[in-house]
Design a binder for this molecule. Sequence first.
Ligand SMILES: C[S@@+](CC[C@H](N)C(=O)[O-])C[C@H]1O[C@@H](n2cnc3c(N)ncnc32)[C@H](O)[C@@H]1O
Length: 455
Amino acid sequence: MSAASKKGARRPAPAPAAPDRPGLAARLVAARLLGAVVETRTSLDGLTDPKGGHPGFRALEPRDQGLVKAILLSALRHRGTLERVLAERLEHPLPEGARSLRHLLHVAAAQILFLDVPDSAAVDLGVAAADGDPRNRRFKGLVNALLRRLAREKAAIAPLAGETLPGWLRERLVASYGVPATEAIALAHLAPAPIDLTVKSDPEGWAARLGGRALPTGTVRLAALDGPLTDLPGFAEGEWWVQDAAAALPARLFGPLRGRRALDLCAAPGGKTAQLAEAGAAVTALDQSETRMRRLRDNLTRLGLQAETLVADAASFAPDAPFDAVLLDAPCSSTGTIRRHPDVAFTKDAAEVEKLARVQARLLAHAAKLVAPGGTLVFSNCSLDPAEGEAVVEAFLAEEPDFHLDPVRPEELPGLGEAIDAQGRLRTLPSMLADPEPRLSGLDGFFAARLIRRG
Ligand SMILES: C[S@@+](CC[C@H](N)C(=O)[O-])C[C@H]1O[C@@H](n2cnc3c(N)ncnc32)[C@H](O)[C@@H]1O
């Protein structure tokens, strides 16, 4: 099919004022938001936030909002596959500047290949979206033919694992982990993440009640939800909170905390604060974001847990007395969470990773000053990149003779021995905790190291 063959088309008429066709507004918003993610690197969570999100998204009915999110998650998770299958079916590449055309094709193709949307609706609304945009109207015949062909041929189309990683990320992962491990990570990125819960007690009992399974690390894992999470038993009672199995590990590295003073720097929305409080520590939770801190307070209220909360910059926080336990769950590129947030692969890049590594080094150097002699400092984040993990800790230990690494022991991480490296640092990858059922498989990529201040 040829995009170039449309060259001689007449100048298109202006777009119709409002997309009143059922379902069209949702597709137009999806294409617009896809553009915002891949062109201006805006996070999907921000764009789809119920209060501060994109006005077009907020104007949609809740059902259409759900559809837009599902389309975008698929279109981003499978962006490499969509690029390939569309390119294979075009005689000539799409014009370089045809960005909005590309987005609407991806939105329609994602529905055809990956969602439970009737092909006819995906095709017709894709064509209508092209027809309604003066920039794309002359391509509507092409859109129609291309999408119909995809619908006919979809049984023979399968995503290839390597396609889930954009070039910059693949390059960095191969340099850090080698080709086979990178392929395994890419394969894990094909499936959405399970729903993981941290329970206050009795993981086996909660797993049975919620129809999930208890992982050896104590997390309760659900493959999918039938309705809103908030309707599940135990939510209103504050018996559990949503937290990836890997994100639940750093706070556990402190061991017993009853009666000890713990500081959670970079605390919001508070998954780890809740763990520290539930373990019996007197917790101070600090975050620089007032909005996120509000969420932390709401979460603690639901869970019936207490912590002192402060909105402040962790890089300059100066408490009256040092703490027995300090957790620095530092801001990072979040590449370990791509199964949940496939936009991260497109909103971050190598320069951002390096910049965040410098921020982490600065925060870690300051956090160290807040640890009492003999106290424990845990540094963690959800990046897959050793530049934001292993390298930060190595540079820190080279500068700070007052601290030493306390290796994590296999018995502390039942079922996850492979996540402890030769030096005793924690490094989880989405390819670990593999399960034959993809929706029950894997965990976020996380790094954590336990550092002790000499007494
Ligand atoms: C990865 S999130 C923390 C997740 C949290 N520990 C949890 O388990 O729910 C990083 C947090 O760091 C906060 N942050 C980033 N830079 C900061 C700084 N200089 N001082 C305090 N908080 C900061 C962000 O607002 C964000 O809430």
